[in-house]
Ligand binder design. Structure first.
Ligand SMILES: Cc1ncc(COP(=O)(O)O)c(C=O)c1O
Length: 389
């Protein structure tokens, strides 16, 4: 007993390591040894959960609202999400199409599981969010990465989809704006790719979890261009609720019943206390706080990008939002993974190597998350200047 090696499915065995964890581990070791580390590696802003959310969550706990909820999510929460789309984007969303989930992660898993059969392919941009392939592979689907470049803001195009998609590729995943680039999908490309999906009877899934962190108008949400696709949302980043694990999917009409059925079996219900807490996202005070924080992130971007360029990083496309800069460090390295570790050791500045986001992009890229107040970012820039100049 006890010495038998547990079975690991091939699906799981083939998952590569998350290289940023090397950085996180090294950073923790340095901190344990008394070094001051500036964390620009993790995709989680420095802001706290808004007070109205904390108050709503605390009240829910005090009232014992800790039981399962409706599988689709609390009706009042789904109505509030729909109303917010109307108020912020001017689009109508039927609350019955909203499935509340454990983070956008839960929504991405449901969207891929509902849309794809084993053996079918999911098209997605390279570079892209490192977890995306594993939602598809977990349900037996394959991943078809579309290599993108600066020329298309690191997003695929309809022409590329037409040229590269095979008959097996039955769904296309876009991120608007994307991680690691912070770049929105240009409207024309978005319209054309949604149309291509409709015309070729493929499913489009648009991850808009950073949409509320776009800094300038001029990038309409995908719901302006139709409602036949999935839209993925999250409380994590907009409302600084990463650890509450709450997000949602707007499900295409014909897929609502299938999604609800699967959500019932996989999750029973989304976390109840987090849902009651999230009702605090829709107050005036929280809306003001979200606007202030977005403006703060925009100001950081505006100062950080020119400063990085002055240091010698190439930042060929200016990010539209979120809190990421995707920068090329080719001036110093052809192995950003080793380089990020060296820089961390030398300066105490932690950044994410681009290899986590891309199979095929040159391994000279890195992602910098401006998830620290400006004085810390300035400190990081000074430390980098000390070793890079
Ligand atoms: C593009 C993208 N989608 C989804 C997620 C998952 O977010 P959540 O915390 O809502 O599960 C992340 C997290 O960083 C992300 O960057």
């Amino acid at each position: 007993m006890g010495d038998k090696t547990p079975a690991i499915s091939r699906r799981v065995a083939e998952i590569p390591p998350f290289y940023v964890m090397d950085i996180v581990r090294r950073a923790q070791r340095l901190e344990a040894a008394g070094r001051d580390v500036i964390h620009l590696e993790v995709g989680e802003p420095d802001f706290a959960t808004p007070p109205d959310v904390l108050a709503a969550g605390t009240a829910a706990l005090a009232m014992g609202r800790t039981r399962y909820t409706e599988s689709q999510g609390l009706p009042e929460l789904r109505r509030a999400i729909a109303t917010r789309y109307q108020q912020t984007q001017g689009v109508q969303v039927d609350p019955d199409r909203i499935q509340v989930t454990a983070g956008a992660s839960g929504a991405l898993l449901l969207a891929t599981a509902v849309s794809l059969d084993p053996g079918e392919g999911l098209l997605m941009a390279d570079p892209g969010y490192p977890c995306n392939p594993w939602f598809a592979k977990t349900v037996g689907a394959s991943v078809h990465r579309l290599t993108t470049t600066v020329a298309t803001a690191f997003h695929p195009t309809r022409m590329q989809c037409e040229a590269e998609a095979t008959e097996h590729d039955r769904a296309l995943l876009l991120a608007h704006p994307a991680n690691p680039t912070g770049l929105a999908v240009p409207s024309r490309a978005l319209v054309e790719m949604l149309a291509w999906c409709t015309e070729t009877q493929r499913t489009a899934i648009v991850d808009e979890i950073y949409f509320d962190l776009l800094f300038n108008p001029g990038h309409p949400g995908s719901l302006h261009f139709g409602s036949a696709h999935w839209v993925i949302g999250s409380f994590s980043k907009t409302f600084n609720m990463t650890g509450w694990r709450l997000g949602w999917a707007i499900v295409p009409e014909g897929a609502v019943e299938a999604t609800t059925k699967l959500a019932q079996h996989l999750f029973i219900s989304p976390p109840s206390v987090a849902q009651y807490a999230a009702l605090g996202c829709f107050t005036e005070d929280t809306a003001r706080l979200v606007r202030q924080r977005r403006a703060e992130l925009a100001a950081r971007r505006d100062q950080l990008v020119p400063a990085l360029k002055a240091l010698g990083f190439a930042v060929p496309v200016f990010p539209d939002g979120a809190f990421y800069v995707f920068a090329d460090a080719c001036r110093w390295t052809s192995d950003s993974r080793a380089w990020c570790l060296e820089i961390l050791d030398a300066t105490g500045v932690a950044m994410t190597p681009g290899v986590d986001f891309s199979d095929r992009l040159s391994p000279t890229w890195i992602r910098i998350a401006y998830t620290q107040p400006w004085d810390r970012l300035e400190d990081a820039l000074n430390r980098l200047a000390g070793v890079l100049r």
